[in-house]
Design a protein around this ligand. Structure first.
Ligand SMILES: Nc1ncnc2c1ncn2[C@@H]1O[C@H](COP(=O)(O)OP(=O)(O)OP(=O)(O)O)[C@@H](O)[C@H]1O
Ligand SMILES: [Mg+2]
Length: 244
């Protein structure tokens, strides 16, 4: 079973009369429990692709099945429900709410899921303890190191027991040693069966996952083509086209 399946996904933006084709026909399936890296130069469409996988933005065309369901056919409430139950997000900049403690940040998804307060507090405590932050639960994000903030973000992503974690450069704001710890935490999560999609610029991180997809100019670089920055691509490939 695939946790997600993308077919012919395109995404265009209109930038003041100029069309930017961020994605130009991406086919990609991620199997249950798989760990996939997405690499590619800046502007190649990695974050756009992750945003579509996370249902944060719609594709311009193509089809997207999440947990076997066509997301374009779901009503907003059903889509929000599927996202809440199925997905966890981790971002480069942590994205914690600054006025909430670590514990309150981790509780938030459970609050949205309408879990009763005592139950959700306990679940959040357990998850923070699992990421090694039992002694930091009442700290605000500003009172935590970058690595600790990312652990809180991972606890928040995991507290709903998602089947898939989407991480956009989760180690990008961390020093090498802390980045390694965060990756090792994500791999532990994956080893327990949660699928993982990680956008990264770091080949050492990509090498630790099951598979690596390279994007260039909004397309997946075909297997066998060198993924290096200025290797030739089989088709045309420019970031922006004038709107005709
Ligand atoms: N909201 C938007 N409006 C217009 N253009 C956008 C928007 N978001 C992304 N783009 C464009 O789409 C292309 C892909 O952007 P994207 O953010 O997916 O790249 P990326 O691979 O994540 O790059 P980076 O490694 O720098 O994070 C870029 O040309 C970008 O300028
Ligand atoms: Mg990006």
């Amino acid at each position: 079973m695939n946790v997600l399946s993308l077919t012919g996904i395109c995404r265009s933006y209109d930038q003041g009369g100029t069309r930017v084709d961020a994605l130009r026909g991406v086919d990609l399936a991620v199997a249950e429990g798989e760990a996939v890296a997405i690499m590619g130069p800046s502007g190649s469409g990695k974050s756009t692709l992750l945003g579509i996988m996370g249902c944060l933005e719609p594709a311009t065309s193509g089809s997207y099945l999440l947990a076997g369901q066509d997301v374009s056919q779901l009503l907003p409430a059903a889509l929000a429900d599927l996202r809440g139950r199925f997905l966890g997000f981790v971002f480069q900049s942590f994205n914690l709410l600054p006025r909430l403690t670590a514990l309150e940040n981790v509780e938030l998804p459970l609050l949205y899921a309408r879990m009763p307060v005592r139950q959700r507090r306990q679940a959040a405590r357990d998850m923070l303890a699992a990421v090694g932050l039992a002694d930091r639960m009442d700290h605000l994000p500003s009172q935590l190191s970058g690595g600790q903030q990312q652990r809180v973000a991972i606890a928040r992503a995991l507290v709903n027991r998602p089947r898939l974690i989407l991480a956009d450069e989760p180690t990008g704001a961390l020093d090498t040693a802390t980045g390694r710890e965060i990756l090792s935490l994500l791999r532990q999560v994956n080893a327990r069966g949660t699928a993982l999609v990680v956008v990264t610029h770091d080949p050492a991180i990509a090498a630790q996952l099951d598979r690596c997809i390279h994007l260039r100019d909004g397309r997946v670089v075909p297997a066998g083509f060198p993924p290096v920055e200025d290797a030739p691509m089989p088709a045309d490939g420019h970031g922006a086209t004038a709107m005709a």
